[in-house]
Design a protein around this ligand. Sequence first.
Ligand code: AGP
Length: 608
Amino acid sequence: MCGIVGILGKNEVSPLILESLKRLEYRGYDSAGIATVNLGKLDRRRSVGKLLNLSDHLVSNPLSGKSGIGHTRWATHGAPTIVNSHPHQSGTSVAVVHNGIIENFNDLKSKLIAKGANFESETDTEVIAHLVHKFLESGMHPTDAVKETLPLLQGAFALCFLFSGEPDLMIAARQGSPLAIGYGNDEMFIGSDAIALSPLTNKISYLEEGDCAVIQRHSVKIFDQSDNLVERKINKIKPDQTRSSKDGFKHFMLKEIFEQPEALSRVITKYISADGKSITIKCSEMDLDKIEKITMVACGTAYLACATAKYWFEKFARIPVEVDIASEFRYREPPLTKDTLAIFVSQSGETADTLAALRYAKIHAKKVISIVNVSESSIARESDLAIPILAGPEISVASTKGFTNQLAVLAILALKIAAEQNQLSSPQLQTYLANLRYLPSLQNDVLDASPKIEKISRKLSKITNMLFLGRGVMHPLALEGALKLKEISYIHAEGFASGELKHGPIALIDNKVPVVVIAPTNDLFEKTISNMHEVMARDGKVIFVTDREGSEVASKGSWEIIEMPKITHLFAPIVYAIPMQLLAYYTAVTKGTDVDQPRNLAKSVTVE
Ligand code: AGP
């Protein structure tokens, strides 16, 4: 994780770097720092905690200079302290900011210490500064010093260097972690993503694996892994990649929850024809009619979107589906056949494990499709086909509209594959598409019930454990409800398939444990209700999430009821996700936690 910015500017750069770091704070907020070249010398300011602290620090201790690098940290090696904050320096010759992990840093560090180096931090990054410094001391030009250093580093990194006596030079390198160059007029920029650079320029190029870029105000030279001078395409950033504001909502998370009907409508309009008869995802080269197996891979909430979609692919297309967590998939080397379609789901499009898994599948599977929110992301760029989920920028660490739009795109893709494989007749397809088109208005109905959910959440702030139960297509949603709650309220929560309860988890039930039972009146309703009664018989406090019919027949004995609109079909999770999000949100607000930037987390997980 971590966010990186670099600017060779016309004016003072500290305020601009700070502004760009704010846009990268979703990547980590354990500490932050900026280094500049001022009157030929390196100078830096660093602060622990959120950027606000660095901003305050800069007010009392201004930092001058027209070239600089900045960093917002998600700690990997070493606690969030000033000495562990970036930029790191060795002596006064070089400063570096780093996103990623140097896996062989212990070995490098021991060798450097043996040669007399003094380390001030516990970070892996500081070895990079020492190595470059050592080569500079031997008389090398900064470019050569960096090029000598890079092959010594194992692991994933995005780096940006600044040198004393070189106010017109930044060097950037990428291996495994994303990095973009921004082109200005007599100015140049480096950023972890386009969002960071969007107020500074709309012209961006992305470094590729192994690239090293030597940047001056009027020139950029990019060298590939084999040290050949190469060109990388310059793209124009679209306005939707810019960071948006809270628009009057207390938190980005709440705003994003309320944006769901609009975001879902965008997916429906884009991927379902206006007459509601066909699917307009362009995928003629994907040979969808020849697929015999599907493998889906992702992390966290995106993984749970895949787990939900498994039900759809298997039901509609009758194709066997495997769903895997990316960090497991990438090292398991699962046998993939040439008739397997591999689907990768990632809001950010930069999740390191998902990207690594994708690279494995590119070699072994028939085709690779990614479902992403950021169209220019690494995952999108490396896929045979990238389908954008059109959720708009998701700033809150907890994914909400990203999840429901991932579900919607996966549902449409499942129907598309089913149609290509002749598993659905036209009338059947049209019925399913009509069901989907109706969902935004049902989401709106649920949002109208948010005051009721807020009231229930006030009763949850003191609890320490909570369970979520669901069956069939609602099982992954039970897991998502638990993930959302623990992520932002720090309450321990677990989700289970309701049928699994009696195989162990039922031992957890007592009168202090609220149990959310997700039960629309579908074909599995009666089964779920039996499990709910097993909870009630043991004094569990049931929060019953169901429709009016369900509530009329089975609510007796529930602690609370959240009434949902009637949805019997398989797409119900796209609507039932909202009460899970609101429960987590209002509970976190009542507890007073940092909703948008919960502790220990970051939005884009670019380390494994
Ligand atoms: C969601 O609330 C989480 N913050 C997290 O699980 C997230 O979904 C996961 O890190 C995957 O991220 P991605 O979609 O950007 O790949």
